[in-house]
Design a protein around this ligand. Structure first.
Ligand SMILES: [Zn+2]
Length: 260
């Protein structure tokens, strides 16, 4: 069983095709989720339906009560988040003309922009090629924005602004996750991070001595490693470009909408 088409249509209309959890604009990449799952007696009603982006949907579903890690989304919490968001989308047009609301968003816009630009993070992201080492502190703006985004005061009243903020938050999380997974401090220079394995050849030669690899086997292994490193560096560049592009859109849109 699934939600009937009229329920899906109304839910998508009411959320404006934004994820009700992270508020990112999803277009067609959106799914409807049962707040109380059918296995627990949840029905296919409008009240039991919440539109979510793919990432949030996976998060909500991934929680396993038998092996709890973190805290699950309670049905009441999901409903509350959804209803607040529906309300915001409904009032969207009223908001854009109410000077008091615009003023609140304008202030928040400047706070968010300042946080992102701590230590020149955004400029750094635009120019840096992640094939080279970098100082972790240059990413401080991203971390500052991340902790700001977790507070409810950091929610724009305007639905479009909030949607862009949500998208930027997602892009930044993806980038920081890749940085955390793949980069390590450079030997003897703990403030400088890099790069995956600094010198794959030396590293492999060391291993080869113990594994007694033939020259061909060693070459094949080194080549594989070079490919991996280059793949990861390209991935970091792509993710950082994505962050910059969304940031650029956020700034341009904010300036037009809030006249800052
Ligand atoms: Zn989401």
């Amino acid at each position: 069983m699934g939600f009937p088409p009229n329920v899906v249509e109304k839910a998508l209309l009411d959320c404006g095709r934004y994820c009700c959890n992270c508020h990112k604009f999803c277009s067609f990449k959106i799914e409807t989720h049962h707040i109380v799952s059918p296995a627990d007696g949840g029905d296919d009603s409008y009240d039991n339906c919440i539109p979510l982006c793919f990432d949030c949907h996976a998060d909500v579903r991934a929680y396993d009560p038998k092996h709890p890690i973190g805290r699950s989304y309670k049905p009441s919490e999901l409903k509350e988040r959804r209803d607040r968001w529906y309300e915001k989308v409904k009032n969207g047009h009223a908001l854009t003309t109410n000077p008091e609301y615009i003023e609140i968003d304008r202030k928040l816009f400047l706070v968010v922009k300042d946080a992102l630009n701590e230590k020149g993070s955004m400029e750094f992201l635009r120019r840096h090629d992640f094939h080279g080492a970098f100082k972790l502190e240059r990413l401080e703006g991203l971390y500052a924005f991340g902790s700001l985004s977790e507070k409810s005061e950091c929610e724009f009243l305007d639905a479009d602004m909030e949607g862009l903020r949500g998208r930027l938050y997602n892009d930044i999380l993806k980038f920081l996750k890749a940085v955390g997974e793949h980069t390590f401090p450079v030997d003897n220079k703990p403030d400088l991070w890099n790069r995956i394995y600094d010198d794959p050849e030396d590293d492999d030669r060391f291993i080869a001595k113990y594994e007694k690899l033939s020259e061909e086997e060693f070459d094949a292994k080194a080549e594989k490693k070079r490919e991996f490193i280059s793949k990861v560096r390209n991935e970091l560049n792509e993710l950082s470009t994505q962050v910059w592009n969304t940031y650029d859109e956020f700034i341009r849109f904010g300036r037009r909408k809030l006249v800052v």
